[in-house]
Write a protein that binds this ligand. Structure first.
Ligand SMILES: Cc1cc2nc3c(=O)[nH]c(=O)nc-3n(C[C@H](O)[C@H](O)[C@H](O)COP(=O)(O)OP(=O)(O)OC[C@H]3O[C@@H](n4cnc5c(N)ncnc54)[C@H](O)[C@@H]3O)c2cc1C
Length: 415
């Protein structure tokens, strides 16, 4: 099949989410011909909790995209309120007056990073859906994509799957280890008129949603993102219907029922899957690699995925540059990308994945989790430092390693 010159690129990225757009920006800045295929129209509003945690904000700043000055105005978050099924159990106000996180509507966030990518010289083709790898001989990979007008063929030196979860690129490249049931399923809706919103993320750990949780995330004094996320295998095993659970949670939770009396939904409830750690998943193969949710870079405990998307984009950027320049020694630079991701995400995500698997185990597993959460709750009530640590652990505001290796935390838990 003939390939026109305009369809040839150094790097073809599938997906213009945060991972794809930021990677496109880095490579275009480095002078590489980079094209992103995005199956949705420009301005599409992706399903998300809209929370940019401290790790994501730090990375955005380091990308030099001018986030602090030119980014969309967000709503500053200063605290985390943790609830169980009966009520508020702990509140942690992090870093005093300074917001440690921000909430931004996802369509505004995505449009911002896409615009930055295009300004750097990366071409984003909207309404083009990657379908399959047709051929991958020698230096080139030939891919087929579909548009409303018909199919198009692209030839590229490196192909990147940044197409979220489950990933069509991963499937075409045979990198689809783990299966769709190993991610998280989540549903969210926007509500106006929910009373008592503060500059804090509200998390609700309810036994019927284990392993998972519900949230209320303010986007301003009168608008909240309300959602529920649960491990996909638990949704299947316990037949959890997330949309039903979300409405029930809002209607029945003792801390919300009164506050939600006059709450009005803004738009429909929408759901999506999040690509979290999977033991068998691989992130690269010869000249193909996976970033963000496609590469299972989202946190299995919290479902936070923007951080993993940005960090994997950064790691992928330097590996791809080495591949295209032929530098980086005898080792394939893309394998280095795989190793670095495994090192950075591997341990923390493996533990987190193990923790979320405990409630799925019959008998002891569920009892251990219930006991552990009870102890953590009690300690949070007694000691605000402990509450901050727990909140920091969950949201990534504090490096997880500081807690895994913290004798005081574990001694206090077992006391
Ligand atoms: C309900 C919910 C709440 C969440 N809340 C948060 C949160 O508060 N904070 C946080 O950090 N993370 C959150 N996440 C996770 C976060 O949204 C993802 O981890 C993050 O978007 C991953 O970014 P990405 O660039 O890898 O993929 P995505 O953002 O999923 O982008 C993938 C892109 O690829 C495109 N695409 C897909 N298939 C194709 C194809 N075949 N051809 C062309 N284009 C294609 C899609 O249209 C999409 O634009 C949430 C997720 C859900 C579902």
């Amino acid at each position: 099949m003939g390939v026109s010159a305009s369809e040839r690129t150094d790097v073809l990225i599938v997906g213009a989410g945060p991972a794809g757009s930021c990677l496109g920006m880095l490579l275009a800045k480095g002078g590489y011909r980079t094209t992103i295929l995005e199956c949705r129209p420009r301005g599409y509003h992706k399903v998300c909790g809209d929370l940019l945690g401290p790790r994501s904000l730090g990375l955005l700043q380091s990308f030099g995209v001018g986030w602090r000055n030119d980014g969309p105005r967000g709503h500053g978050i200063r605290g985390i309120l943790i609830h169980d099924e009966k009520g508020l159990k702990s509140s942690a106000w992090l870093d005093g007056e300074t917001p440690w996180a921000t909430t931004v509507r996802r369509d505004l966030f995505d449009s911002f990073v896409q615009a930055r990518s295009e300004a750097a010289g990366c071409a984003i083709e909207y309404g083009v859906r990657f379908k399959d790898i047709k051929d991958s001989k020698g230096d080139g990979i030939v891919c087929e994509a579909a548009t409303l007008e018909g199919s198009r063929v692209f030839e590229t030196r490196v192909l990147v799957g940044a197409d979220g979860f489950p990933s069509q690129v991963a499937k075409s490249a045979g990198l689809d280890g783990g299966g769709a049931a190993t991610g998280i399923l989540a549903v969210r809706g926007y509500y106006r008129g929910l009373e008592g919103l503060r500059d804090a993320v509200e998390l609700y750990f309810l036994p019927r949603l284990f392993p998972g949780y519900a949230w209320v995330i303010p986007l301003g004094p009168d608008l909240a993102n309300v959602g529920v996320g649960v491990r996909a295998d638990a949704c299947l095993q316990y037949r959890i219907r997330l949309a039903v659970e979300l409405k029930r949670f809002l209607r029945e939770h003792p801390c919300l029922a009164r506050r939600a009396r006059h709450a009005e939904p803004v738009g429909p409830l929408q759901g999506a899957a999040i690509g979290t750690y999977a033991r068998r998943a691989r992130r690269w193969r010869s000249r193909i690699l996976l970033v963000g949710d496609a590469g299972r870079c989202a946190d299995p405990l919290s479902g936070e995925g923007v951080f993993g998307a940005l960090l994997s984009a950064r790691l992928a950027g330097s590996a791809i540059e080495d591949t295209l320049r032929g530098t980086g020694g005898t080792e394939n630079p893309l394998s280095r990308y795989g190793d670095r991701c495994a090192r950075i995400f591997g341990k923390a995500y493996r533990y987190a994945n193990f923790l979320t698997s405990l409630p799925m185990r019959k008998g002891l597993g569920r009892s251990i989790v219930t006991w552990g959460l009870g102890r953590i709750e009690a300690n949070c009530l007694l000691d605000s430092q402990y509450a901050i640590m727990v909140a920091g652990f969950f949201t990534g505001a504090m490096p997880r390693s500081r807690i895994w290796g913290n004798g005081w935390f574990w001694r206090t838990l077992l006391k």
